[in-house]
Design a protein around this ligand. Sequence first.
Ligand code: NDP
Length: 338
Amino acid sequence: DIILVSGISGFLAAHVLSQLLEKGYSVRGTVRDEKKRDWILEKYKTFVDENRLQVIIVPDAAREDAFEEAVKGMTFVIHIASPFHFKITDPKIDLLDPAIIGTRGLLTHAAKHSSIKRVVITSSFASILDPSYGWRPGYTYTEADWSPLTYEDGLAAKDDPFTAYRTSKVEAERTAWRFLETEKPSFDIVTICPPLIWGPMIHQVTLDTLNESNRQLWDVINGESNELPKTMTLMFADVRDVAKAHVSALALDKANERFVICRGEHSWQKAADILRRRFPEKQSRVPIGNPGENLPPHYKLSAEKAKRSLAGFENGFIDYETSLCDIAKQLWDMQAVK
Ligand code: NDP
């Protein structure tokens, strides 16, 4: 089986790539430029030599034909490439187009190849959460829930990149399910919906090019911050588990399902308390906040369905403390050698 993975230069996709190769799959990955391609070819040289890894350049997902060549000859597709950052000038160009056109274009071209059995798409808890309910105490979100944000909300969110990003994710996922309904392709679809993702980075990265979720942590623990930010994303999963869910989804008998991956609660106070305890020598770098203070009562997010259905989660998910300490240590180590 050969699997197309889009955006293998990214934080999450690098783990998906590594797990696929370890499991014996062959992979064709896409990146946006030659530098990223060459770095990956060098890192995985042995797999390239075994003819198990090809890397091709797809400069911009926001073109209907971006993945036309990439999908040819594939058995599975894992579509991860999508912008996740808040440095936007235009929500449509910077977030909505690459997410939505990228998904639609990829599915359109995949549907021309009957060799493709399944397309796994990285969606997000952003596609599930209804932000209008706020903390929503007592409620447990599941795969049955959908964000009410519409394309128009995204277009209007010129000064609110958070909403524009959330819209890009839910609209891209809706696009995929609509495509399945109207076009009836021969493949089926799985979407993976993770909340905040942390954990070790194995892609080509520096402290200046961190992906959004790890950069948010670095902004808090780089020694330049005196205060903890307001906690905006209340739920968390480790990158190794989110990657594993993508890989396990390939083996499902029955698809056309969404899966939440989640290991429980995140708050900046909880993160600070853990880091100050586990890394006493770094205490001056971690804002103290109000130690032990809990978030107000709030919603939960259930990953029971993934635990039941996806192989590899029989013993649950990687815990918050492990994931947080792994990434924090890596970030501090990167600074030490800078
Ligand atoms: P990264 O920024 O590391 O990964 C994003 C990937 O998408 C990169 O490979 C990037 O390429 C590629 N990309 C961005 N814009 C375009 C574009 N216009 N055309 C082609 N490729 C593009 O972040 P993550 O690994 O965290 O994100 C991966 C996926 O996971 C995304 O779909 C994101 O929405 C989703 N997600 C992430 C969460 C998190 O907390 N990290 C939470 C929930 C979902 P390049 O390397 O060249 O920049």
